[in-house]
Design a protein around this ligand. Structure first.
Ligand code: DGL
Length: 253
């Protein structure tokens, strides 16, 4: 079984790509709904939660872990790897590298949680892969919570998306990196603001390809899905159709 986790619903965008790439694999998805959002929490809290979830998934026999959360990866992927040296761990990091390679204008933006925006890991990613381009890092407080509450049509959210993204477009940004897995569910809203002025960069498919390469025998299961949550598991189940992921419900067992 492959364990996948996030602070809440955001990682379901990665899970959907994983299931497309590995349709016969068994997955256990863990949403840390008792502690969402991670983006405004301390490094200590996030690290403690990541280690506890890693333990939970390892105890249930997961042979590969996917951290479907940029914030948790930035803060705690090293600690998770150290705690489980026998279990391969795939993390999710903002797609700075593809954006920097593909930009025509030489200007890219990253939308992320406050914790990711302030992380050393993001600074290193930019230094290592985007030294030759201008990078605008935009923290987006509250966006993940809107997704979590399934308030995707909230006019206040739409106004905030516009207020944050339009100035980036005016600066000439032509690639906008979705640096939080929750933001994949805001892609239609973002696309409306962005139009054809920039491309959105989401790494879910790249993460799925990497997981596929590492899956080995775990690719050959019975296509089962378990959903676990630290609070309100019913909300996680109910969210699937609301996030256009009703097809995942058929795998629940
Ligand atoms: N989905 C997460 C991420 O990719 C975290 C969002 C949050 O809990 O603040 O960063």
């Amino acid at each position: 079984m492959i364990g996948v986790f996030d602070s809440g619903l955001g990682g379901l965008s990665v899970l959907a790509a994983l299931i497309d790439a590995l349709p016969r694999a068994d997955f256990c998805y863990y949403a840390d709904t008792a502690h969402v959002p991670y983006g405004n929490k301390s490094d200590e809290l996030i690290q403690g939660r990541v280690l506890a979830i890693g333990e939970h998934l390892a105890e249930r026999g997961c042979g590969l872990l996917v951290v479907a959360c940029n914030t948790a990866t930035a803060t705690a992927v090293q600690a998770l790897r150290a705690a489980h040296p026998g279990i391969p761990v795939v993390g999710v990091e903002p797609g700075i590298k593809p954006a920097a390679q593909e930009t025509q204008s030489g200007r890219i933006a990253v939308l992320a949680t406050e914790a990711t925006a302030n992380s050393q890991r993001l600074k290193h990613l930019i230094r290592d892969h985007a030294g030759h381009v201008e990078v605008f890092v935009e923290p987006c407080p509250g966006w993940a919570t809107h997704v979590e509450m399934l308030q995707l049509d909230d006019p206040a959210l739409a106004a905030d998306v516009r207020a944050r993204v339009e100035p980036l477009l005016d600066k000439g940004v032509d690639r906008i990196v979705l640096g939080c897995t929750h933001y994949s569910f805001l892609a239609p809203l973002l696309q409306e603001v962005v139009g054809n002025r920039a491309h959105l960069v989401d790494v879910a498919d790249a993460v799925a390809r990497q997981t596929h390469r590492m899956a080995g025998r775990l690719a050959h299961g019975s296509g089962r899905l378990l959903l676990h949550a630290s609070a309100h598991p019913d909300h996680l189940h109910a969210a699937l159709p609301r996030l256009n992921l009703g097809r995942l419900a058929a795998r629940l067992g």
